[in-house]
Design a protein around this ligand. Structure first.
Ligand code: ZN
Length: 367
């Protein structure tokens, strides 16, 4: 019986092959490091060779595997089952990941599935994430690590699943994935949502211009991402707005960009500049959460990514802002029907991309 699925994850200069089952339980997990200068074709050959070995090691035939699935950063070409413009692969691959059709051809698998990373993550949130009947009204820390239900709603006692699910990553960048019923929301051209690149506001609290990673001014990602927070701190120092205090002293000579947001959040109680940035991030998060809630009417929003590890200082203040502001729908709808459950993703979304690729594959081929 072909109950196995092969998950492929390419990025960060490594290829990962995960042999799994319908519950996304790992049977084998193989990491192959990619050399500089590797081509798309060479990577395909490596993947075929390693898959052959993997099947042999587990005494499996190719026909014991249902098919192959991949979630990765990039723009999916659903016709060819490849990802283009992927930012996380060696430059020599020119952004093209074509390993799924290559494996399909080599092992005669016709069930092939690809999606981008945020789409995969929302498939995971839907199938393997927090369950509707496990989240209780009130204590948000009753579910690990944090899942808040704000009001009783029709169906809470009887419905096990959510109809509309949003996954939101706040990591080196930021984006959402949206699942509406059985439909993964991808837009007319298969490239939406690009939520992080919505224009939000021009300047940070120190009057410096907010620049997104793509060079544009004022995008949400210029605030709600590790890279965005780091740039706000660095620009504050450069412009002289941050010139003394613990945030300044601990960041001025810090070379590692990723350390800056962590240092900033460690000093919100003893440094006014750190507090100013944290408040700005939480206000932005509150506004964007509100926007998602009124736009999509989700039953559940799961939030993951590195920045979420500080959820007590990032997410909880944002929810409090939403909860207290009498002008927003979140406040107005309290006690009515449409407030979502807001959850920190399981393990901060660490495994959501490959598990989501499995979930998407199952939704497509098993219903
Ligand atoms: Zn942008």
């Amino acid at each position: 019986m072909s109950e196995h699925i092969l998950g492929v994850d390419v990025g960060g200069s490594r290829l990962r092959l995960i042999l799994t089952n319908e519950e996304a339980i790992i049977i084998a997990d193989k990491l192959i490091y990619l050399e500089d200068g590797i081509t798309t074709k060479k990577l395909n050959e490596e993947a075929i060779k390693e898959t052959e070995q993997l099947l042999k090691d587990h005494k499996l035939m190719a026909s014991d595997v249902m098919g192959v699935t991949m979630g990765s950063a990039g723009v999916p070409d659903q016709g060819k089952k490849v990802l283009t413009e992927s930012p996380n692969v060696p430059k020599s691959m020119k952004g093209l990941i074509a390993v799924v059709p290559a494996l399909g051809k080599a092992f005669k698998w016709d069930k092939l599935y690809i999606c981008n990373d945020c789409s995969a993550a929302v498939e995971c949130a839907k199938r393997f994430g927090h369950k509707r009947d496990e989240i209780k009204l009130g204590n948000p820390f009753a579910s690990e690590p944090y899942a808040f239900r704000f009001a009783n709603r029709p169906g809470d006692d009887t419905k096990k699943d959510y109809d509309v699910v949003i996954y939101w990553t706040i990591s080196s960048g930021t984006n959402i994935g949206v699942k509406i019923g059985d439909m993964l929301f991808n837009g007319e051209f298969g490239t939406t949502p690009e939520f992080g690149h919505h224009y939000h506001v021009d300047k940070d609290p120190f009057g410096n211009e907010l620049k997104c990673g793509d060079g544009a001014t004022g995008h949400i990602e210029a605030i709600l991402s590790g890279g965005g927070i780091t740039r706000i701190i660095r620009n504050g120092i450069k412009s002289g707005a941050i010139s003394k205090g613990p945030l300044y002293e601990n960041t001025v000579n810090e070379k590692n960009d990723k350390a800056l947001p962590v240092i900033m959040y460690n000093h919100i109680d003893d440094d006014e500049n750190a507090k100013k940035i944290a408040d700005f991030v939480s206000l932005t998060l509150a506004r964007v959460l509100g926007l998602l809630i009124v736009s999509f009417g989700p039953g559940k929003i799961e939030i993951g990514g590195g920045v979420t590890k500080n959820f007590r200082k990032v997410l909880v203040p944002a929810i409090n802002l939403l909860d207290e502001n009498k002008n927003n729908a979140f406040y107005l709808q309290r006690g009515k029907t449409s407030l979502p459950d807001i959850c920190v993703a399981k393990d901060y979304g660490t495994d959501y991309v490959w598990k989501g690729a499995i979930a998407g594959f199952l939704s497509k081929f098993k219903g």
